[in-house]
Design a protein around this ligand. Structure first.
Ligand code: AHM
Ligand code: MG
Length: 355
């Protein structure tokens, strides 16, 4: 009951809204709550996250019709800057992020796996003070067999004028990220994000068209049973990673899980603990994953959840890239499991130095 101005009591209409309040914390509202502010910077970050959510909804909608409408499955016939064949959904997803942020007035520059150079939105510069780094559709080899895929994103402050388009200000360590996260297109669509105040997940309610808070302050267990790695590359790894693989094969309590799509594999580790690895190989000494829009955003999340991310010898968030599309080895997950992998690398180094 509430008191009216005339002193009479009447039922509180918000009482019945209790369920709404409990069940419907939306993404933009959550960001503002996390920042404990309605100031301009908080409004910016909230609006940015809302736009990322919109891009996720558009991609999820198209994925749900894969195979039913033109342009959802198969290759375009082009090869991207990474030398990889481009899928129709890669292009669509890349374009969705650009068009979503074109109208945002916030982002001056977008850098993605699918574009050799960053894409500028001159009308947002200098008003737009942010850069969005993203992998629009990670794991797209899973698409044609109807398995999970994801989008990965990071937001950084735009530093410098960057007039020549070289984006040199992006070549800085991952601790410069203001926000990072991913969208997992699985049985349901999940958005997981951090703005440096813990890791939080949201589930897309298609009937509302909103991402609704699912779990706040996710923490990764200190140790988990899962190791997630493409063991088909075993023969191409450095001996230290082979030592680690032999160790988990010979000890009870480990189980392998690998879907071929980073977002789903890391989401499993985030929820249940364990370790995901993509080491360097003989053919690709730096591994496959790109630092700025794959490894660094995931590392930001994992550290926020109490886990770790390493190249094997250095924290991912301390790595300073030399180029936009730089690759890096990745060992990420529970603290104890990352440390175990690192211990095999240190052991090998020590043995090699002892001759
Ligand atoms: P992509 O960005 O071109 O999709 O490549 C990244 C993907 C990751 O999602 C996944 O972990 C890895 O490539 C799988 O690679 P591989 O098939 O070599 O195991
Ligand atoms: Mg990728």
């Amino acid at each position: 009951m509430v008191q009216t101005q005339t002193g009479r009591s009447q039922p509180d209409p918000l009482d019945r809204g209790y369920y709404l309040d409990r069940d419907c914390t939306t993404l933009s509202r959550h960001v503002l709550q996390q920042l404990k502010s309605f100031g301009p910077d908080a409004q910016d970050i909230s609006a940015l996250m809302n736009r990322i959510g919109l891009a996720g909804k558009l991609i999820a909608r198209r994925l749900s019709r894969a195979g039913l409408v033109e342009g959802t499955l198969g290759f375009t016939g082009d090869v991207n800057v990474q030398g990889e064949e481009v899928k129709q959904m890669d292009l669509y997803s890349n374009a969705v992020f650009i068009s979503t942020f074109k109208q945002s007035g916030l982002v001056c520059r977008l850098a993605s796996e699918e574009m050799e150079k960053p894409y500028y939105i001159p009308e947002n510069c200098p008003i737009g003070r942010y850069t969005l780094l993203y992998d629009p559709l990670d794991g797209s080899s899973n698409l044609d067999v109807n398995l999970n895929v994801g989008s990965i994103f990071a937001i950084r402050q735009q530093e410098g004028d960057d007039e020549d388009g070289a984006a040199l200000d992006l070549l800085q360590h991952g601790r410069k990220q203001l926000a990072a996260g991913y969208i997992l297109y699985g049985p349901s669509t999940l958005l997981v994000y951090s703005i440096g105040t813990g890791v939080h997940s949201f589930t897309l309610d298609p009937s509302l068209g909103e991402f609704i808070l699912a779990q706040e302050n996710i923490t990764v267990p200190e140790h988990g049973p899962v190791y997630s790695v493409n063991e088909g590359n075993f023969w191409q790894w450095d001996e230290s990673f082979r030592d680690y693989a032999r160790y988990v094969h010979r000890h009870e309590g480990y189980t392998a899980r690998y879907s071929g799509a980073l977002v789903g594999d890391i989401h499993r580790i985030l929820c249940q603990g364990g370790v995901f690895l993509y080491p360097g190989t003989a053919k690709k000494p730096e591994g496959k994953l790109r630092l700025l829009y794959e490894s660094a955003p995931m590392a930001f999340l994992m550290e926020q959840a109490g886990g770790r991310a390493s190249t094997g010898t250095q924290d991912i968030l301390d790595v300073i890239p030399e180029k936009l599309h730089q690759r890096t080895p990745l060992v990420i997950g529970s603290k104890e499991d990352v440390a175990l992998v690192e211990s095999f690398i240190q052991d090998r180094k020590r043995r090699d130095s002892e001759g």
